[in-house]
Design a protein around this ligand. Structure first.
Ligand SMILES: [Zn+2]
Length: 128
């Protein structure tokens, strides 16, 4: 049976999570897919297609799994940076194109949808 890749929302039931509940907090945590969607699948150091996730401040140096500390990166840049801080890089040109930001709750939902959307682009005209 054919299954549609796009459906139209006709009724919206708002699910209210308790403020600061564990469920709400886990929805706000960045996932690999949502970081890639936020960064447009682009390496935030050189602009090449991204294939890896980089902790700007490495986990070994106390870096958090947060929206502000994670960026999409190509494997070449990720390997070049290794577990160093950006301030420890010898190459002055090796820097972030933009400072990564927390996208806010509504954009997080958008990024999660983008991360899970079909790759054929059939849904694009429904998504502003
Ligand atoms: Zn790169």
């Amino acid at each position: 049976m054919p299954v549609p890749s796009v459906i139209m929302l006709q009724q919206f039931v708002k699910l209210d999570f308790k403020p600061n509940s564990k469920r709400k907090l886990s929805l706000l945590r960045p996932s690999r897919g949502s970081i890639f969607a936020r960064d447009n699948n682009t390496c935030q150091y050189c602009g090449s297609p991204a294939t890896t996730l980089d902790h700007i401040v490495p986990k070994s140096k106390g870096g958090q799994h947060s929206w502000e500390n994670l960026v999409a990166a190509c494997s070449s840049c990720n390997k070049k940076k290794g577990s160093r801080l950006l301030s420890d890089m010898r190459d002055d040109k090796f820097k972030l194109m933009d400072k990564p930001k927390h996208p806010g709750p509504w954009n997080i939902m958008r990024l999660r949808l983008l991360a899970q959307a079909p790759k054929d682009g059939s849904w694009l005209r429904f998504f502003g």
